[in-house]
Write a protein that binds this ligand. Structure first.
Ligand SMILES: Cc1ncc(COP(=O)(O)O)c(C=O)c1O
Length: 457
């Protein structure tokens, strides 16, 4: 197509608007390549910087993507069923190696087939269909209570950690309430808070978890709920130490806030299952997901905490999904008790640990130091987020952009940030990308080289 002939306003804005109109009208289709900056600039008689400004504007709103030497390409429209930050994470072109997902390596999940057939043989169908019996199958409740890091008044099973957090927040935080969250933190949590009309109060982290001084400021600012990840924090890999747990509990005792602990990595984390539960009786809701250890498609998380929160949560769910598939609960019971499944999860934990170390060592060889951390993600500091993404894409690697992880609601890859709870800017708040290192096997040297190049100025 002769793009220049459609442009009547030759400013960057005018050129971008023309392209956007052509995409909307279907004249330019997903996958179509835009002319090169030099060509279009010559055709229009403007400077290359003008066209480049237009391409940047289009790229910022997700209409096109720059693929380095392969040119600038029209993207498919965003999936409108995804919440905004999920959309940011999911956008972009497919890649040879997708390290953007934050999901476990399917090869490292325990085998579900044998568990399914054992359950099918052992469980009468009638057991799985009752509306008004307890939503947790008794054998699972016993296993959960035995392995829970404290003695909760109530324990139940829901459809994933985010279901647990969502339903807890709906019970305890009315519209406009303030919620302290980690910065950086889990983007869908921020989308959830926006959706519920809750105000984020960002709390910065150091190598041991939430900073007590930053938490104190968030609570002083009126946060009535604190959501934190006790270990293998997504995206930074940080885990809370027991000393830090005591420090945070001391701060929390001076305030009247509920803590929601999102142990999203569960059994694949190498760090201990640390909790504020025993330190703050009846004020901690602890969530353990089985997505990373046993498979995201089981859709099972357990949630334990005070009756005042959990009873209402269960009652509300009775008017929605009712309960989490008892069939799948039985599968989880099987996987938690079968020796080869137990060994598979332990093996996964060791492999993830080894993969983190391997990437950390390989990056060190390129002069990049990252904290050891835990879990399946690495939070890689980069000079510029967008440049890093483009360079990695040219190498066939996709990682997650860092911006959606910012609790400040930042939408640019700025290298600067301030602590919204009033503290000084934290050095860990520079531009970053998130790399799901849990998916990096034998190609670690290649990945490290590409990451080092991507991170550079
Ligand atoms: C921090 C955090 N919380 C919650 C979740 C969602 O877990 P689930 O699959 O149990 O809903 C994830 C998934 O990656 C996560 O990283």
């Amino acid at each position: 197509m002769d793009l220049a002939s459609h442009v009547d306003d030759r400013s960057p804005r005018g050129i971008a608007a023309t392209v956007a109109r052509l995409v909307r009208g279907g004249d330019l289709r997903p996958g179509d390549r835009l002319p090169t900056v030099r060509h279009l600039a010559a055709d229009l008689g403007v400077s290359p910087a003008t066209v480049s400004g237009a391409w940047q504007a289009l790229s910022a709103v997700g209409i096109v993507i720059s693929r380095g030497r392969a040119g600038t390409v029209v993207l498919p429209p965003p999936a409108s069923w995804l919440p905004p930050r999920y959309r940011d994470l999911a956008g972009g072109a497919p890649a040879r190696l997708d390290l953007s997902t934050g999901t476990p390596d399917p090869e490292l999940l325990p085998l579900i087939g044998p568990a399914l057939s054992r359950v099918a043989l052992q469980r009468p169908a009638a057991d799985t269909g009752a509306y008004v019996t307890a939503p947790v199958v008794p054998a699972l409740e016993v296993l959960l209570r035995d392995s829970w890091p404290f003695a909760p008044q109530r324990i139940t099973v829901v459809d994933g950690a985010l279901d647990a957090i969502s339903r807890t927040l709906e019970r305890v935080a009315g519209y406009g309430s303030r919620v302290a969250v980690e910065d950086p933190g889990f983007p869908p949590l921020f989308d959830l808070l926006d959706q519920l009309g809750l105000e984020r109060v960002p709390v910065t982290l150091d190598r041991h978890g939430m900073r007590p001084d930053a938490l104190e400021r968030a609570l002083d600012a009126g946060a009535g709920v604190v959501v934190l990840q006790p270990r293998a924090h997504n995206p930074t890999g940080v885990s809370m130490t027991s000393t830090r747990a005591r420090e945070l509990a001391a701060v929390l005792r001076r305030h009247d806030a509920l803590v929601v602990e999102d142990d999203h990595s569960g059994e694949i984390a190498s760090a201990r299952d640390v909790t504020l539960g025993p330190l703050l009786p009846d004020r901690v809701v602890h969530v353990r997901s089985y997505s990373k250890s046993h498979g995201p498609d089981l859709r099972i998380a357990a949630v334990g905490g005070p009756a005042s929160v959990l009873d209402g949560l269960v009652a509300r769910r009775m008017l929605g999904p009712g309960w989490t598939s008892r069939l799948l609960q039985h599968v989880l019971v099987d996987l938690l008790t079968d020796s080869s499944a137990i060994e598979a999860v332990a093996h996964a934990r060791r492999v993830y640990h080894a993969r983190r170390r391997a990437l950390r060592d390989a990056l060190a060889g390129h002069g990049i130091a990252i904290d050891p951390g835990d879990g399946i993600n690495v939070w890689l500091p980069v000079h510029d987020e967008r440049t890093a993404l483009v360079r990695l894409e040219a190498a066939g690697i996709r990682v997650a952009p860092g911006t959606p992880f910012s609790a400040d609601g930042g939408t640019t890859s700025s290298n600067e940030s301030t602590d919204a709870a009033g503290g000084p800017a934290d050095p860990t708040q520079r531009a970053h990308v998130r790399v799901t290192v849990g998916l990096v096997g034998s190609e670690v040297e290649d990945v490290a080289r590409a990451l080092a190049l991507a991170a550079a100025e």
